[in-house]
Design a protein around this ligand. Structure first.
Ligand SMILES: C[S@@+](CC[C@H](N)C(=O)[O-])C[C@H]1O[C@@H](n2cnc3c(N)ncnc32)[C@H](O)[C@@H]1O
Length: 230
């Protein structure tokens, strides 16, 4: 039987302020060179094949915003290939500038909804996934729009290798509670904090993201969750 095609509703922003001419040109010229190819219905994409020189693992950041966290990790881990997923074109333009300035050759981008890629990615191909300060959709009637869900974890569970890490951070305690509830109802991801520092403090190898810094400025506490694929 043919698989029923799922309709993807994306609720975020794809465009913001008009891009300056230089940025626009950068998108047109540079993005195609680093774009992750998505061919629905075709063979599953092995992300390792996107990188030359070869990389020893592939990590993915979903919703990288302006890309500061992704660019930092890409520059400090040159032997890892990075998949950056962000539908907001102004964010993609910011990351492309950082990639050019820092001469980063280990980043590939998709300016679209991550769920499109997750339908096409090979199993056991990701060593780490970051979801940092995703849109909180605080109104009760909008909670179904939240990115972190059983449906997302069903896909990531296939594509993340055993022991791969899924990092999640947010300053929205209602979202945090929901995430913990989702994970506690599954047996494919584990959360094993040893002390409160593990979720109150950012990981030592990370830098602050733009939304994290906004939260801190208004005194909003942030929570950092690290899950392991079983
Ligand atoms: C609140 S911002 C946080 C950005 C960044 N991670 C930070 O901490 O500064 C959430 C980002 O997730 C992106 N996003 C929302 N839904 C997405 C989806 N389905 N796939 C990929 N990115 C998504 C949005 O475009 C937005 O840039």
């Amino acid at each position: 039987m043919r698989e029923k095609k799922q309709k993807l509703n994306f609720y975020g922003r794809r465009k913001g302020r008009k891009l300056l001419q230089g940025r626009q040109a950068q998108i047109q010229e540079k993005l195609p060179r680093v774009l992750i190819p998505i061919c629905p219905g075709e063979e599953q994409l092995d992300p390792m094949s996107l990188f030359y020189p070869p990389v020893k693992d592939v990590w993915m950041e979903i919703g990288f915003g302006a890309g500061e966290h992704l660019a930092y990790h890409a520059s400090t881990n040159p032997d890892i290939g990075f998949l950056g997923i962000e539908p907001f074109i102004n964010g993609v333009a910011s990351l492309l500038s950082k990639m050019e300035r820092q001469d980063l050759n280990n980043v590939r981008l998709l300016n679209d909804d991550v769920r499109l890629l997750l339908c096409n990615l090979a199993s056991n191909s990701l060593g780490r996934v970051f979801i940092l300060f995703p849109d909180p959709w605080p109104k009760k009637k909008h909670r179904r729009r939240r990115l972190f869900s059983h449906a997302l974890l069903d896909k990531l569970s296939q594509q993340m290798r055993p022991h791969a890490e899924l990092r999640f951070a947010s300053d929205n305690m209602c979202y945090i509670r929901e995430v913990l509830e989702v994970v506690s109802n599954r047996n494919d991801f584990n959360w094993e904090p040893r002390r409160s520092k593990d979720w109150k403090k950012p990981p030592s190898d990370a830098i602050e993201t733009r939304y994290e810094s906004k939260a801190r400025k208004v005194g909003q506490p942030c929570v950092y969750l690290s899950f392991r694929k079983v």
